[in-house]
Design a binder for this molecule. Structure first.
Ligand code: SF4
Ligand code: SF4
Length: 303
């Protein structure tokens, strides 16, 4: 089974739009939307949810007010300033409450409460889904507002996508990864067979690409690069491809700027589904070149 991951140095480069087209072009793929902080592949692929699960990660402290003696020890010890006195009860004792958004789940207050009045339940941080789409099964997720641990959720989505592929006898997992170079991206690319970095021909695209390619080199993952909207700055597109080559990555093609991308999104279609266009042809070439480059790197590895 192959796991191919599409990432970008920052959001808004057209990564998800390209991934949706790759999903349409792939045969027997399972799709994984690992951009869990800003998932939007579902807007194009319109998944029908078949399985829904809670994403539980870490714990949060909750005071049982009936058992609290109002001593204030927990508030004094909490280094995240998550606990404060919010009122006084009828006996004049202070009533303490925990701001769940500020609680980091360290557990210090629960261990040190003399009245043992603080519960420490597991925290539900979001949901994940296994769905059906017109291009195959898709695993995706929704992180709760303000929730952290997106790296763990990314790892979970990938694992479930691989499991879905095993069960449905599909030999490809196509991942829409998160942007940037932080923890969620590392969770999305670790042990993947190959990554494709989608970038734009801008100064920030140039610099972001260098950081992403360093990450790929660190984890020894074969990297390919696609310059999206290359024709808005052809000289910069040249520089980006030169930079990719010198970092050991393979430029697998350029995608031009065109209104077909927005038009397809408005119709909830991938560009390659929305009719023939030069833009769709560019995407087909990038997909085929990327597949060919992953086959070559696989052959080198097996030698
Ligand atoms: S340490 Fe325990 S008893 Fe004291 S204020 Fe906090 S919850 Fe209440
Ligand atoms: S678990 Fe830690 S962060 Fe949360 S309220 Fe208690 S001391 Fe503060």
């Amino acid at each position: 089974m192959k796991e191919l991951v599409v990432i970008s140095g920052k959001g808004g480069t057209g990564k998800t739009s390209l991934t949706a087209s790759f999903a349409a072009l792939a045969r027997k793929a399972v799709l994984a939307d690992c951009d869990v902080d800003a998932a939007d592949l579902h807007l194009i692929l319109q998944p029908e949810v078949r399985r829904r699960e809670s994403f539980v990660s870490g714990r949060e402290a909750v005071i049982r007010e009936a058992d609290c003696a109002g001593c204030g020890r927990c508030a004094a010890l909490c280094r995240f300033e998550a606990i404060s006195a919010v009122a006084r009860d009828s006996d004049g004792a202070r009533v303490f409450r925990i701001d769940s958004a500020a609680c980091e789940g360290c557990g210090v207050c629960t261990w040190n409460c003399p009245a043992k009045a603080i519960d420490f339940p597991e925290r539900t941080c979001g949901e994940w889904f296994v769905s059906a789409t017109r291009h195959g099964p898709m695993v995706h997720a929704r992180l709760a507002p303000g929730a952290e641990n997106s790296g763990k959720l990314v790892a979970l989505v990938r694992e479930q996508a691989r499991e879905t592929a095993r069960q449905s006898k599909r030999d490809l997992v196509l991942v829409d990864g998160p942007p940037g170079t932080g923890c969620p991206v590392i969770a999305a690319v670790t042990n993947a067979n190959a990554i494709l970095v989608v970038t734009e021909p801008t100064v920030s695209g140039f610099h972001d690409l260098s950081r992403v390619l360093q990450l790929a080199a660190h984890f020894r993952i074969p990297a390919a690069v696609c310059v999206n909207k290359w024709d808005i700055h052809p000289d910069m597109a040249d520089r980006i491809e030169d930079q990719a080559r010198s970092a050991g990555a393979v430029p697998v093609g350029r995608v031009r700027y065109g209104p077909e991308a927005t038009d397809a999104q408005r119709r909830k279609l991938a560009v390659v589904e929305a009719g023939n266009s030069p833009l769709a042809d560019d995407i087909r070439v990038v997909w085929q070149n990327w597949l060919d480059s992953t086959a070559e790197s696989g052959e080198k590895e097996s030698r």
